[in-house]
Design a protein around this ligand. Structure first.
Ligand code: AMP
Length: 291
């Protein structure tokens, strides 16, 4: 069973005894854990001796009218799950512990990468992610930190943060864990009604279909865009409200050449989607290499 710390000072005091001899991994989460989170912990154990899982529903990454108040908080059940995968420490601070003052006068803004995709409808979200992840990095000072590919834009922003602020931390990407029908696991899937839950795997199916279409033929960027419009229409017809469905380079840059296919070699692309289904905003993505 992991040892739970609610205070920064006590966690720091504990971790300082390991630092010189052992590698420490951090797995940041907002709790309400599922198998996707547990896979991150399992991966963390392969890269470090001591695994710290943070559980903190971070107020600064929620916008006005978003689900901060209703976000499920279930520390006891989460700790029971973490016990099964061998977590050493849980860091579960209160909001006051993390933010003595709100709004915090200091900000972390990762620039242009934060204004695209999710940033279009959640303009302050990634500033909140930036500040909380920076604080967690400073509190835990891990050697490695594990983040899921499911939140692809967040992952890209954190890699940029580590590069720009010279954090001596290896960022490890964990693949997306899915239900057997293909739906990416998410804490917010529980907002889906049984009918919506049946429809939800369509998102992943449409990503797969797009990936096949992209690799199958000699498409120009215009051709890619037409395929995306068709996919978006099918997703909408199934009952989703599409926030965005886009294809970008794996670095999240726009595809700006006339021909989307590279003339020589290969190119790694990411197809990213966010769509509302009832009360749940679902995210998914798929990496595809085109030749
Ligand atoms: P959250 O609790 O939603 O903030 O997520 C915490 C971490 O778990 C983030 O790095 C997410 O990308 C990751 N994560 C969430 N869902 C999944 C999933 N289905 N597969 C892999 N990682 C995930």
């Amino acid at each position: 069973m992991p040892i739970i710390h609610h205070h920064i000072a006590s966690l720091r005091d504990t971790l300082k005894h390991y630092r010189s001899q052992q590698r420490i991994a951090l797995v940041p989460t907002m709790g309400n854990l599922h198998d996707g989170h547990l896979a991150l912990v399992t991966l963390a154990k392969q890269h470090a001796d001591i695994v710290v899982v943070s559980i903190f529903v971070n107020p600064t990454q929620f916008g006005v009218g978003e689900d901060f108040n209703s976000y499920p908080r279930m520390l006891e059940a989460d700790v029971a799950k973490l016990t099964t995968v061998g977590t050493d420490y849980v860091f579960a601070p209160t909001s006051d512990e993390m933010y003595p003052i709100l709004p915090l006068p200091t900000s972390i803004h990762a620039g242009a990468i934060t204004t695209q995709l999710c940033g279009q409808t959640r303009p302050t979200h990634f500033d909140g992610v930036g500040i909380v992840v920076s604080k967690l990095f400073n509190i835990v000072q891990p050697n490695v930190a594990i983040f899921g590919q499911k939140d692809y834009q967040q992952l890209a922003i954190i890699k940029q943060l580590v590069r720009d602020l010279s954090y001596p931390i290896d960022i490890i990407t964990a693949p997306i864990v899915r239900a057997t029908d293909g739906l990416a696991l998410s804490s917010r899937n529980q907002y889906l009604s049984p009918e919506e839950r049946n429809i939800a795997p369509l998102l992943q199916q449409e990503l797969q279909r797009l990936a096949q279409q992209f690799t199958a033929s000699q498409h120009t960027q215009k051709g890619f865009e037409a395929l995306i419009v068709e996919a978006s229409k099918r997703i909408t017809a199934a009952g989703f409200i599409v926030d965005y469905l886009e294809v970008k380079t794996a670095e999240l840059e726009a595809l700006n050449s006339k021909s989307a296919k590279p003339t020589t070699g290969s190119q790694d692309l990411i197809i990213v989607v966010a769509a509302w289904l009832g009360r749940a905003r679902l995210l998914d993505n798929l990496l595809v290499t085109i030749y």
